[in-house]
Design a protein around this ligand. Sequence first.
Ligand SMILES: Nc1ncnc2c1ncn2[C@@H]1O[C@H](COP(=O)(O)OP(=O)(O)OP(=O)(O)O)[C@@H](O)[C@H]1O
Ligand SMILES: [Mg+2]
Length: 443
Amino acid sequence: MLFNDNRFNLENYTILLVDDNPTNLAVAVEHLEECGLNVLVSQDGESALTRAKFARPHLILLDVLMPGIDGFETCQRLKADRELQEIPVIFMTALSSPDDKIRGFEVGGIDYITKPIEQRELLARVATHLKIHALAQSLEIQNQLLKEKVNERTQELEESLQKLQKSQLQLVQSEKMSSLGQLMSGVAHEINNPIGFIKGNLSHSAGYLEDIFGYLELYEKHYPSPDPEILEWAEDIDLEYLRDDLPKAINSMKDGADRLQEISQALRTFSRADTTEQIGFDLHQGLDSTLLILKHRLKARETHPAIETIKNYGKLPEIYCFPGQLNQVFMNILSNAIDALEEKNVGRSFAQIQADPNRIAIATELTGQQAIVRIRDNAAGMSEEVRQHIFDTHFTTKAVGKGTGLGLAIAKQIVEEKHEGTLTCTSKVGEGTEFAIALPMGE
Ligand SMILES: Nc1ncnc2c1ncn2[C@@H]1O[C@H](COP(=O)(O)OP(=O)(O)OP(=O)(O)O)[C@@H](O)[C@H]1O
Ligand SMILES: [Mg+2]
């Protein structure tokens, strides 16, 4: 029997019996109490509602025909009350027409018992519904627990995913940095010595040349009419032109060597082995060396004029930072600007581009305790939808193989996590894009 189920103890349950004439049910009630149930009694609908509110019975046995509000109305009000609507209601009725029974279900009852009441039937129904209700409640609790567990796991998974993405970024970044950095400093080192001796020998050669030309002048002064063979030779080699041009050639070689040295210096600044500690760094030097490395992408081609770079540097103190990493931020943002300008140039003629030249403007300023670097381009800009995703890992609008979608995610991580700064972007379709890097001065 249901109520003999040893996991289901009726003593833990309270039921509310609502009948204007409970004495009619006295025998049944007695039987219910004997089985251990705690039975409360109300004689009309209104007081039953009040009673239910205080006593919170586990089940209500409700008479239909009562003075005042009848059982159906009482049930309706009960079901409209958020705190009470879960309590199961069993109607007790002498009415036996199908309409009355259906009405009972419609207003929210779960079962009915016809009067005169048969006590074993009453007990069986009460016990069954209490049990169903208890099971439903425990199911609800289990469900809730399960939901919480699922949420917890989901959150854990999301956190691990984020961690994974972060370490992937760090890995890519340090991999990029170390291989690129090693290559660059290797190249810089290799070309530095040859440049050194080219420059040294050039300045000696310039001196020697002056000496030789002086000697030649002296010769001409004292021997104004040399042998015809000498005159002929001088004419063949166009001595006058040579005298004028050779020093110029030497000077332009010097310029070339100076530029090589500059590039080598920039390569070394850019790839300066990434320090494990923050050190003082001149951001302008970082920006300039990055621009120099990107020079081949900025200069004029057959299809388009050079990209104009407009520098508007303010006065900045040295910033405590990881210079190699910040250089990489500059590199990623400037490369994106160049990519965007190149894309804008597609389908435009040289003359058209010249009329509305490609520009990258770099401005720096100090505001309060922060150094701000703004890098702006006048490419096609991006839609708000794209803008919202540019810092996401692997987000790219570029062709497969052209972009990995990591550049800005890495830049954001470097600026915001490694340097506690901010990296923000504003963009307008048809006008261009600006990235603002704000860095605390550190120390
Ligand atoms: N200056 C810009 N103008 C217009 N769109 C830009 C600009 N900078 C970035 N974007 C957009 O942001 C996207 C993400 O840039 P991000 O540098 O992270 O990746 P990527 O350049 O596509 O690939 P890579 O990993 O090679 O840098 C780009 O694909 C582009 O759509
Ligand atoms: Mg990029």
